[in-house]
Design a protein around this ligand. Structure first.
Ligand code: NAI
Length: 339
């Protein structure tokens, strides 16, 4: 009868393998900078993600310890630690997704652009290795200044003739996470229900939350929206100052990075309608890179979605951010073509 047929098919090793590989394909994910403040909790969160089958943890030092520690967690992925440039090839080969939180964070009084001199070189060398060892991987760039490091990565990939604009993402998810949290607090709505796009870039005034599109809408006063916008833009600085010299956002960033990586993996796996904000190559404004809602799919970016209707306040914010974002993009492109 039916029950025994079902039992027979579920005990068939061939069938079981077929079904399990259909539902959860093998996915290798690397974290570059995995021993750092973001890297460690991000490694933990990626170890908890059932979509990951191999987790590759790379840093210039310290990764064997992080890998041994995280590797004892009894979840799906197999964890390997790699330390030093001569292990970068092994860390990257076969990767579907590479997440980059490598580089120095801000201290009080610093802007993200103050990190440029150190982080630009780090990103350039890591992307050179990605072009060589896993040219088809999606790249999630966390290292700041994101407004410039994404254009640097694009130039490196162009030189290596591996550039595919669909596979390069600046991670701006933390701006969205913050906008949701701050809005829910002010509007007194359940935070889990809040949705709000954040567009532009990832530094100061280039971060533009579109509270006119927030759901559920609580019809906050203009001055409240202004204050929420400012708090979202300064969210990173709020953490840098509270940590008083001990770094910038690491735990909330790891959460945001894990959320965005999960969305990328879902897209790769063919889950429909995965939409997240990200800083990508774009033609929705005159700037070559811009953050907006992006539909994720089997090849990375499936569609860059438009901004939708903006309030007058947001229109002003959009015009105000363009010169700064433009110059950060140009700075990145110039750096990559000079060195
Ligand atoms: P951290 O200093 O704690 O960790 C950085 C790690 O990168 C260190 O373990 C270091 O050894 C490693 N590293 C340095 N050079 C490397 C190389 N060539 N290859 C591999 N690893 C290398 O810094 P934290 O707090 O983890 O921040 C990392 C980056 O993320 C910073 O640039 C920071 O500004 C940025 N960030 C970005 C955010 C975003 O929303 N996109 C939010 C918060 C921080």
């Amino acid at each position: 009868g039916a029950p025994s047929a079902a039992a027979a098919s579920s005990s068939s090793p061939v069938l079981r393998r077929y079904y399990s590989s259909e539902s959860t394909p093998e996915r290798k994910v690397a974290v570059l900078g995995a021993a750092g403040g973001i890297g460690q909790p991000l490694a933990l969160l990626m170890k908890l993600n059932p979509l990951v089958s191999k987790l590759s943890l790379y840093d210039i030092a310290g990764t064997p310890g992080v890998a041994a520690d995280v590797g004892h967690i009894n979840t799906r992925s197999e964890v390997s630690g790699y330390a030093g440039e001569d292990q970068l090839r092994q860390a990257l080969e076969g990767c579907d997704l590479v997440i980059i939180p490598a580089g120095v964070p801000r201290k009080p009084g610093m802007t993200r652009d103050d990190l440029f001199n150190i982080n630009a070189g780090i990103v350039q060398s890591l992307c050179t290795a990605i072009a060589k060892y896993c040219p088809h991987a999606l790249v999630n760039m966390i290292s700041n200044p994101v407004n410039s490091t994404v254009p640097i990565a694009a130039e490196v990939f162009k030189k290596a003739r591996t550039y595919d604009e669909k596979r390069l993402f600046g991670v701006t998810t933390l701006d969205v996470v913050r906008a949701k949290t701050f809005y829910a607090g002010k509007a007194n709505v359940p935070v889990a229900k809040v949705n709000v796009p954040v567009v532009g870039g990832h530094a100061g005034i280039t971060i533009l939350p579109l509270f006119s599109q927030v759901t559920p809408s609580a019809n906050l006063a203009d001055e409240d929206i202004k204050a929420l916008t400012k708090r979202t833009q300064d969210g990173g600085t709020e953490v840098v100052e509270a940590k008083a010299g001990k770094g910038s956002a690491t735990l909330s960033m790891a959460y945001a990075g894990a959320l965005f990586a999960d969305a990328c993996l879902k897209g790769l796996n063919g889950v429909p309608d995965v939409v997240e904000c990200s800083y990508v190559q774009s033609s929705i404004t005159e700037l070559p890179f811009f953050a907006s809602k992006v539909r994720l799919g089997k090849n990375g970016v499936e569609e860059v979605l438009g901004l939708g209707p903006l309030s007058d306040f947001e229109k002003e914010g959009l015009e105000a951010l363009k010169p700064e974002l433009k110059s950060s993009i140009e700075k990145g492109i110039k750096f990559a073509n000079q060195s």
